[in-house]
Write a protein that binds this ligand. Structure first.
Ligand SMILES: C[S@@+](CC[C@H](N)C(=O)[O-])C[C@H]1O[C@@H](n2cnc3c(N)ncnc32)[C@H](O)[C@@H]1O
Length: 222
């Protein structure tokens, strides 16, 4: 079967900005997802979601920014591309592009949906021009602790905003509701600190809470 996952395209797949993940971080993320896929197969658990319900609750909160049928959307850390399927099931088919650091997860995604537009890599591997997508969304991708005090997360959010024509929506774990002893390699954030950072990029920020116990979403509109 031919699989439409772009592993190497001209101008793609190489971080020349110096802003991307360090190779040790990248290898760690790839290994973690290779193991989880081998263990769980296509499932929310392979993406470290406890249930399909928590994944969907995040999708609902994120797309509340205003994603409409026909919009173009970049999904950063797309996993299996479940956001695309979820939107289609709600009659909001979008022009979808997904990127993911894990070649294993992405190959599986490509096997299931060969026509889906998927690229292997992280944000800084791609040299898309500014405002390339109506919306740039991210769910769960910044939950791993890179032990960099959140620098990569902030760089990613700033880059997502550059790439968006209409806006950005992303979620993070909320440190108020997570015992640090149970984070186990994950990272949680202070809501107000993250919101203050986003407001240095645009004043049009909105906080969304209450859809899950331990998660928050931020909208940044153009
Ligand atoms: C918690 S899963 C969520 C997947 C998808 N967003 C969903 O909700 O179904 C996080 C995904 O982000 C990917 N990932 C982690 N760090 C990444 C990065 N810096 N750039 C791109 N993908 C990344 C992982 O491989 C994984 O598939």
């Amino acid at each position: 079967m031919s699989i439409n996952v772009k592993m190497q395209l001209p101008g793609l797949g190489v971080d020349s900005s110096g802003l991307g993940l360090m190779s040790v971080q990248r290898q760690g993320l790839e290994a973690r997802h290779r193991e989880s896929l081998a263990r769980f197969g296509y499932s929310p658990e392979a993406l470290f979601w406890s249930t399909r319900g928590v994944q969907k609750a995040r999708f609902k909160a994120l797309t509340g920014i205003g994603v409409a049928r026909g919009d173009s959307l970049l999904d950063v850390g797309c996993g299996f591309g479940d956001l695309d399927s979820w939107l289609s099931s709600r009659k909001k088919t979008v022009q979808y592009t997904g990127i993911d650091i894990s070649p294993d997860i992405l190959m599986r995604a490509g096997e299931m949906m060969p026509a889906r537009n998927l690229h292997c890599g992280e944000l800084f591997d791609f040299q898309w021009p500014e405002s390339s997508f109506d919306w740039v969304l991210l769910s769960g991708t910044l939950n791993w602790n890179l032990y960099d005090k959140g620098d990569y997360a902030r760089r990613s959010i700033a880059r997502m905003f550059e790439l968006a024509r209409k806006g950005v929506a992303f979620n993070l774990l909320d440190e108020r509701y997570i015992n640090p002893l149970y984070l186990d390699g994950l990272v949680a954030y202070d809501v107000q600190t993250m919101l203050a950072f986003c407001r240095t990029i645009t004043t049009k920020c909105e906080l969304v809470e209450g859809y899950l116990d331990n998660d928050f979403t931020i909208f940044m509109k153009k």
